[in-house]
Write a protein that binds this ligand. Structure first.
Ligand SMILES: C[S@@+](CC[C@H](N)C(=O)[O-])C[C@H]1O[C@@H](n2cnc3c(N)ncnc32)[C@H](O)[C@@H]1O
Length: 367
C-alpha cells in the first residue's frame, strides 16, 4: 500500500481559502472557475527568505502552484545573470483573496489593476465582473504579453495596457475600484484622481521602517482618500518605488546596553507608529538562533544594529537607537495599538498615518 501524502490540488487550495473565511460572497465560485495553473509559466522560482530557488520538475511545479505561496515568474526584470531578485510573480492566493475582499466590488463596477503580472487577478476580476469592466496595466512588456496570452487562452479579454501604472491611463475616466498588486512607498495622488468619489483603493504600502501593510482607502468628495490599515502584506515594489534597503553609514561604532529587545520592533503596529515618528529611518532584519538582528539607518549616515541578547552598536551622527527606544515608549504609552487601529490619509500634499481617528495624525518626532 502507498501512504505517500496526496499532492494538493487547486480545489484543495480553494477549499482552504474558504475555510479561512477569505472567500466571501461570489468569490468562492470565481476562484473555482479560474485555475491558478493556467497563469503560471513552466519556468518559476520559489521565494526563500534570502533568495529565489528554481523549481525543478513537474511535481514540484504543481505542488507550488497549488499551495498558498507566491510563485516567482521573473527575476531581475528579465535580465540574464542578475542577482536573482524577484521582479514579477503570481501572488500568494490568500493575499489575493484578502485584497479582492477588501476591494468590495459590486456588479457593474469598473476596476483598475496596477501590475497585471501573470494575469491571474485580472482573470478573477473578469470572471466576477465581465471583461469590459476590467482594466489592468503592466510596466514590463514581456510580462504583459504573457499575461495577455494566458488570459486569452482562458477566454478572458480585459483591457490591458503596457505602461507605468503610476501615470493616468489615457482616456480611461474615473473607475470605481483600484487595486495595486505591487507595493507603493506612498500612494501617488495621480492614482486617487483615477478613482471616483466614494470609490475604494486597496494597495500594499512598503514604507522605510516596515516590510509592508495593506491599506484600504475611501475616496472622498474633496479628492482626498482615507482609511485603515488591514494587516501585513509583502509585495515587490512598483518599479519607480524601489530603494536600496539601507543608507550608507558613517563613523566608528559605539556600543551600549540595549533597553529593548529588537524583536519588538517587528510588530506591525509599532512599525506603523515608528515609521510615522521617524520618517526616513530604514529598517531591515533577519532571524538569529536567539531572536532577531535589526539594522536601522538614516540618510545623514546615522545607523544602529542590535541583536537579541546583545549590545547595541550605534554609528554616525546622533543616537538613532535612543530615538527608536523613545518611539517604543511612546507606543507603549499609547496602549501598544495593533496595526488595525492605524490608518492613512492621502491628499495632494502628501500622506499621513493616524491612530484611531483621521484627526489623530502621528507627527514626526523632532530629532
Ligand atoms: C506581484 S506582481 C503582480 C501579480 C499579478 N496581479 C498577478 O495576478 O499575477 C507585480 C507586477 O507589478 C509590475 N509593476 C511594477 N511596477 C509597475 C508599474 N509602475 N506599473 C505597472 N506595473 C508595474 C511588475 O512588473 C510585476 O509584474
Amino acid at each position: 500500500m502507498n501512504f505517500a501524502p496526496q499532492a494538493p490540488t487547486y480545489p484543495d487550495l480553494v477549499q482552504d481559502l474558504a475555510d479561512r473565511g477569505l472567500l466571501t460572497g461570489r468569490w468562492r465560485q470565481v476562484f473555482e472557475a479560474v485555475p491558478r495553473s493556467r497563469f503560471i509559466p513552466a519556468e518559476v522560482w520559489r521565494q526563500l527568505p534570502d533568495r529565489c530557488e528554481p523549481v525543478v520538475g513537474a511535481d514540484a511545479w504543481l505542488a507550488l502552484v497549488n499551495s498558498d505561496e507566491p510563485v516567482v515568474t521573473q527575476l531581475d526584470d528579465g535580465a540574464e545573470d542578475g542577482p536573482g531578485i524577484a521582479t514579477s510573480s503570481n501572488s500568494m492566493p490568500s493575499m489575493v483573496a484578502r485584497m479582492l475582499g477588501l476591494l468590495d466590488v459590486m456588479d457593474g463596477q469598473r476596476v483598475l489593476e496596477i501590475g497585471a503580472g501573470t494575469g491571474y487577478v485580472s482573470a478573477l476580476l473578469c470572471e466576477r465582473l465581465g471583461d469590459d469592466l476590467v482594466h489592468s496595466v503592466e510596466l514590463d512588456p514581456v510580462v504583459a504579453r504573457q499575461a495577455a496570452e494566458a488570459l486569452a487562452q482562458s477566454g478572458y479579454r480585459p483591457h490591458l495596457r503596457v505602461g507605468d501604472g503610476e501615470q493616468p491611463w489615457p482616456g480611461l475616466g474615473p473607475v470605481d475600484r483600484l487595486i495595486a498588486t505591487c507595493a507603493l512607498r506612498y500612494i501617488p495622488y495621480t492614482l486617487l484622481r483615477q478613482v471616483r468619489t466614494g470609490g475604494i483603493v486597496v494597495a500594499p504600502l512598503a514604507r522605510d521602517f516596515w516590510s509592508g501593510a495593506l491599506v484600504q482607502l475611501h475616496v472622498q468628495d474633496d479628492g482626498t482618500a482615507s482609511g485603515p490599515f488591514r494587516g501585513g502584506a509583502t509585495y515587490m515594489p512598483m518599479r519607480s518605488h524601489r530603494l536600496p534597503d539601507l543608507h550608507d553609514v558613517h563613523g566608528k561604532g559605539r556600543a551600549r546596553a540595549a533597553g529593548l529587545d529588537p524583536a519588538r520592533l517587528l510588530d506591525l503596529g509599532f512599525a506603523l507608529f515608528a515609521g510615522a515618528r521617524l520618517p526616513g529611518v530604514r529598517l531591515i532584519h533577519k532571524g538569529t538562533g536567539e531572536g532577531v538582528q535589526v539594522w536601522v539607518t538614516r540618510e545623514n549616515g546615522a545607523g544602529a544594529t542590535a541583536a537579541t541578547g546583545e549590545e547595541v552598536w550605534q554609528y554616525g551622527p546622533g543616537f538613532l537607537w535612543e530615538e527608536i527606544e523613545q518611539a517604543w515608549w511612546e507606543y507603549e504609552a499609547a496602549g501598544r495599538p495593533d496595526a488595525e487601529q492605524f490608518g492613512l490619509t492621502v491628499t495632494d500634499r502628501g500622506q499621513h498615518v493616524w491612530l484611531r481617528d483621521p484627526s489623530e495624525i502621528i507627527r514626526p518626532a523632532r530629532t
